[in-house]
Design a binder for this molecule. Structure first.
Ligand code: GFR
Length: 320
């Protein structure tokens, strides 16, 4: 099957750069949006140039210039956005450009119906469709993602939503402690009884599954949940894995749910308040695992059994 042409928006970001690499590795002609707003961000520019040296095509366009976006989208079959949380709503401009480009529609051929998921918006977390009850102020993350989904569906743009659950770097080496990305030394705060099941994903595997889904009719207009069985772990299991690897014994300090939520009131900065909400839904409610996938969803490790996901004990080893 001819590999579709992919445009990555947010291609120098944390997950975006991994999606660019996966797209190139899977043989897609890979275009990366290069925005004039890049200004003097030398790291982003040099990362883009390194992708160019690997065969990617840099497309100059600005979210503020509709015509430039339409021209960019006309060159590809699929747009994958990995725009950061601060700019989720800018994706409305991408929806408008894809609508106008019109070149992304269901392609029917005489032999097979070739469907393309024309737009993969920046999701990669908990399924926002299941977070209508989310706490303020962190609920904005989910509300904005739902606003983009509504715009995509109102425009009848073929799409795939990727619910990648917890990025390992933010939740695994730190044993899910907040405000740090490094392993705790003597003591570890445990959310409730520490037995709530959570899904942790290596970010490179998130990118691999995302790219595998773009040419897959089974993913068309569906949510793909990344839920490899061996990556479904409780915080207690994470702690035990780290202790086994490091030879350390950590003092567990349980945090009851109400005490954890009270830490949101203590006038901390909005970023921390948002995170407390997210952590509450993840580690006390178990929002990544407390539901069965319905008929509008697929589970990635079942769709793509050939992908060997990084296990979290291996992910942790680099932090020893
Ligand atoms: C798992 O899905 C999500 C995760 C989601 O849908 C929305 C937000 C998140 C994460 C954020 C980005 O990964 O929840 C918290 C935040 C990461 C973060 C980790 C923020 C503040 C912290 O102190 C922190 O400690 C490691």
């Amino acid at each position: 099957m001819e590999n579709s042409k992919v445009l990555v928006v947010g291609g120098t970001g944390y997950i975006g750069r991994r999606i660019v690499r996966a797209s190139l590795a899977h043989g897609h002609r890979t275009f990366i949006l290069m925005r004039p707003e890049i200004g003097l961000n030398i790291d982003k520019l040099q990362l883009l140039l390194s992708f160019k040296a690997q065969g990617a095509l840099l497309v100059e366009a600005s979210m503020e210039d509709h015509r430039s976006l339409v021209a960019a989208v006309k060159q590809v079959d699929v747009v994958v956005s990995a725009i950061s949380g601060r700019h989720f709503l800018l994706q409305i401009k991408l929806v408008e450009a894809i609508k106008e480009a019109g070149n992304i529609k269901l392609l029917k051929t005489t032999v097979t119906m070739k469907c393309r998921a024309a737009f993969l918006p920046s999701e990669f977390g908990i399924d926002p469709a299941r977070m209508g009850h989310a706490l303020e102020p962190g609920r904005i993350t989910f509300d904005e993602k739902m606003e983009i989904r509504r715009a995509i569906e109102e425009a009848s743009i073929p799409h795939t939503y990727v619910s990648a659950n917890c990025f390992a770097a933010f939740f695994v080496p730190n044993l899910s402690q907040m405000r740090t990305l490094l392993p705790p030394k003597e003591k570890v705060h445990v959310y409730g009884d520490g037995n709530v099941k959570v899904i942790f994903m290596d970010e490179d595997d998130v990118a691999t599954y995302t790219i595998k889904s773009i040419d897959d009719p089974r993913a068309l207009n569906k949510t793909i949940y990344l839920r490899p069985p061996e990556n479904i772990l409780s915080q207690n299991e994470l702690i035990a894995k780290w202790e086994k690897l490091s030879g350390e014994v950590l003092e567990r300090i349980p945090i009851p749910s109400d005490e954890f939520l009270a830490s949101m009131e203590e006038g901390t900065d909005i970023t921390n308040q948002m995170a407390v909400g997210h952590f509450h839904h993840i580690f006390y409610e178990g929002c990544s695992t407390n539901f069965d996938i319905g008929e509008d969803g697929e589970e990635a490790s079942l769709l793509y059994p050939e992908v060997r996901c990084t296990r979290m004990e291996d992910y942790m080893k680099r932090y020893l």
